[in-house]
Design a protein around this ligand. Structure first.
Ligand code: ARG
Length: 580
C-alpha cells in the first residue's frame, strides 16, 4: 500500500485527460501541514509554465478529471496552483485494517523482482575488524533486509581482502610460531592485532625476515602448497573473528556470502588480456594503465588507473574489474550496490568507466557505489582509542552493552538478572547501530556514548522503550493483539496523524531502497514513536468510560504501531523486547 504511488497514477491519468502530455511530472508529495491536506499534487505549476497558461485554471482542469472517489473527501486549489488532497477517513480505516491483518503490514512486493548484488562489510583479513568496518556492515545489512522484504533476489557478497603483500609477512611469522610450538588458538592468533604488529615489527627490524616474507608472497601467488596451507589457516582464523562480530551485531552475513578477493585470481590475467586487446589498457613504464579522459583534472590530464603492476602483479583494481564481470555477466545482476568508505570514490568511478568500456558491465546493470562518511571521535578526528590506536569493533560492542546495562540498572525493574542482561545486549547493540544508521549515509558523524544510549531523542533505546509501552497495553489488558479485527474510526487529530504515518511505511521503504539510505527509515520510526506518544496522551485507550468501539479502534492503532516499530527496527537489524 503506497498512497503516494496511487495518487501519482490518478494524477497522471487526470493530467492526460486534461490534455497534458503523458510525461508531465505530477509532483505528488506528502503535505507538510494538516491545513494543506494530507497529500498535494503540485504538477500544475510546472505544466502551466511550459504551456504558458494559467496554473490555477490548469489545476482546476486536473481536478475536474481527477477520480479520487474512494480515496479523497476533498480536493482544493491553494496558492498559485497547488492541489491539496484530504483523504477520506473510510479510506484510512480500510487501509489500516488491511495493514493490521497482514503479516507484511500491507507493504507490497516490488512489481518485478530484481537481482541485486550487495557488496558490504568486506573487511581486510590481515587484521581484526575495527570500527572502520562498522558502517559498511550495518548500512549494507539494513538495505539487504529491506530489499528482501520487498521480494528482490539479493546476493550478498562479502568482498573480503584476503590477498595482497601483507600475507607474505603474516604467513612467514605464522610458520615460525608453529615451529616454536605456540598454541595457535589461545596465543598466536587469539588477537590478530598483536599478531599483525609482531609480524610487522619483524618485517621492519629483523635481518632476513622481510626477504622471506617477500619470497612467500611470490610463492603463495604462484600456488605453492606449503604457503597456501599457512595462508588458509590464517584466513580461517580471521574469518572466525569476523563471524563472531556479525553474530554480535545481528548482521545476516554468513560464511557462504564470502566472495573474497582471492576468488577472482584465476580471472585476472584474462581481464588484462581483454583490456589490452580492446586497447583500453596501454603500457606505461612497464605497467598496464587505463587513461580516463572522463575523469581528467582541470589541466585536462586524464585520470590514471593502473590495472597491472610493472612486475606483472595484479591489484585491488584488477579484482574489482573481475568482480564487475562476475556480477553483471555471470550472475546477471540488475543492480550492484557497493558500500564502501567515501574515500574510495575515485577508485569505483574508475572501475565503472573501465568496466563499461570493456563490456565487463552490461548496460542493463546499474552500478551503484554507495559511499559513507567517517565515524569521528569527540575531537572531530577519525575515531581512535585514547592512546591513538584503532578500536576493535568487538571491543566497542562489548563496551556499549556494559554501558547499556549500567543505564538500565538505574531504572526500576522486576526482571530477573538473565532478562536484564539480554535487554542490555539488545539496547547496547541497537544503540550503536541506530546512532550510525540514522545519520545521512554520506556525512561524517561524531560518536557519542551519552547521546546514543539516551532514552530521549532519536535513539534505539527510545524506540525500544516506545515498543515496550505499546506492548504493555496488551499485557495489562490481557487482550490478544492478534485477535483484533475492529474497524478503525479516525476522529481525533492525533489519531489522524498517527494513522497517516502508519500508512506511509511503504513510501519510506521505496526511498530507502532506491537511494540505499537507511536513515530515512530511522527518521520515520522516530516520528512514528513520537506521534504514538502524543496520541496516547490525548486518546485514552483502556481508561474507564471509553466506549468499547472506541477502545477497540484505538487498540488496532496501538497494535499496528507495535508491529510497524518491530518490523522497521528488524529491517535495521535492531531487536525489540517486551519489557525493559
Ligand atoms: N576490503 C576493502 C577495505 O577494507 C573494501 C572492499 C570493498 N569492496 C570492493 N569491491 N572493493 O577497504
Amino acid at each position: 500500500m503506497n498512497i503516494r504511488t496511487l495518487l501519482i497514477e490518478k494524477a497522471v491519468a487526470a493530467m492526460v485527460a486534461a490534455g497534458l502530455p503523458e510525461d508531465t511530472n505530477p509532483a505528488v508529495t506528502q503535505s507538510t501541514r494538516p491545513q494543506f491536506g494530507d497529500y498535494q499534487i503540485n504538477g500544475a505549476m510546472g505544466a502551466a509554465k511550459k504551456l504558458k497558461s494559467n496554473p490555477r485554471e490548469l489545476a482546476q482542469k486536473i481536478i475536474d478529471n481527477l477520480d479520487l472517489a474512494d480515496i479523497a473527501e476533498k480536493t482544493e486549489i491553494a496558492g498559485p496552483g497547488f492541489i491539496n488532497i484530504h483523504l477520506k477517513p473510510e479510506f484510512l480505516s480500510t487501509s489500516l485494517k488491511a495493514a493490521n491483518e497482514d503479516e507484511k503490514l500491507a507493504v507490497s512486493p516490488h512489481a518485478t523482482a530484481q537481482k541485486v548484488v550487495v557488496d558490504y562489510s568486506s573487511p581486510n583479513l590481515a587484521k581484526e575488524m575495527h570500527v572502520g568496518h562498522l558502517r559498511s556492515t550495518i548500512i549494507g545489512d539494513a538495505v539487504v533486509r529491506a530489499l528482501e522484504f520487498r521480494g528482490d533476489d539479493v546476493i550478498r557478497q562479502n568482498h573480503m581482502g584476503d590477498w595482497g603483500t601483507q600475507f607474505g609477512m603474516l604467513i612467514a611469522h605464522l610458520e615460525d610460531q608453529i615451529s616454536q610450538g605456540v598454541d595457535l588458538d589461545k596465543v598466536a592468533l587469539a588477537d590478530l592485532e598483536t599478531f599483525y604488529r609482531d609480524a610487522k615489527k619483524r618485517f621492519d627490524d629483523e635481518e632476513g625476515f622481510a626477504d622471506k616474507a617477500r619470497d612467500y608472497v611470490v610463492k603463495l601467488q604462484g600456488g605453492d602448497a606449503h604457503c597456501e596451507k599457512l595462508w588458509k589457516l590464517f584466513i580461517a582464523t580471521s574469518v572466525k573473528h569476523s563471524e563472531e562480530v556479525y553474530k554480535r551485531l545481528n548482521v545476516t552475513l554468513k560464511q557462504d556470502d564470502i566472495m573474497a578477493e582471492s576468488a577472482y585470481n584465476s580471472e585476472l590475467a584474462n581481464i588484462i588480456a581483454l583490456l589490452k586487446d580492446k586497447h583500453i589498457a596501454v603500457e606505461s613504464n612497464g605497467a598496464q594503465v587505463v587513461f580516463l579522459d572522463e575523469l581528467a583534472n582541470k589541466d585536462g590530464e586524464p585520470s590514471v588507473f593502473i590495472v597491472q603492476k610493472s612486475g606483472g602483479g595484479f591489484l585491488y583494481a584488477t579484482t574489482d574489474l573481475a568482480a564487475c564481470d562476475y556480477r553483471s555477466n555471470k550472475l546477471g545482476a540488475d543492480r550492484i550496490l557497493i558500500f564502501v568508505d567515501a574515500r574510495q570514490s575515485l577508485h569505483f568511478n574508475q572501475v565503472e568507466l573501465t568496466a563499461r568500456k570493456a563490456g565487463l558491465l552490461r548496460d542493463e546493470t546499474s552500478y551503484e557505489f554507495c559511499p559513507f562518511g567517517t565515524m569521528m571521535g569527540e575531537d572531530g578526528k577519525p575515531f581512535k582509542t585514547r592512546t591513538g590506536g584503532t578500536v576493535k569493533l568487538a571491543d566497542l560492542l562489548e563496551e556499549s552493552i556494559t554501558r547499556a546495562a549500567a543505564k538500565l540498572a538505574e531504572r526500576e525493574s522486576d526482571l530477573s538478572d538473565e532478562e536484564r542482561s539480554e535487554i542490555a545486549r539488545k539496547v547496547g547493540i541497537g544503540a550503536v547501530k541506530y546512532a550510525d544508521l540514522s545519520k545521512h549515509r554520506t556525512s561524517d558523524y561524531i560518536f557519542n556514548w551519552d547521546t546514543m544510549l539516551s532514552f530521549e531523542g532519536a535513539t534505539a533505546p527510545y524506540l525500544q522503550y516506545a515498543y515496550t509501552r505499546v506492548r504493555s497495553i496488551f499485557r495489562k489488558s490481557g487482550i490478544d493483539a492478534a485477535s483484533l479485527t475492529a474497524d478503525v474510526a479516525i476522529n481525533e487529530p492525533q489519531e489522524k496523524a498517527l494513522a497517516l504515518k502508519l500508512l506511509q511505511l511503504e513510501e519510506v521503504l521505496d526511498l530507502m531502497i532506491s537511494e540505499a539510505t537507511p536513515h530515512v527509515l530511522c527518521g520515520y520510526l522516530y516520528e512514528l514513536a513520537s506521534l504514538y506518544m502524543t496520541f496516547y496522551e490525548a486518546c485514552p485507550v483502556l481508561k474507564d468510560g471509553v466506549e468499547p468501539s472506541v477502545r477497540d479502534s484505538r487498540l488496532v492503532l496501538c497494535n499496528l504501531v507495535a508491529k510497524t516499530l518491530e518490523k522497521g527496527l528488524d529491517l535495521l537489524g535492531i531487536e525489540v523486547m517486551e519489557q525493559m
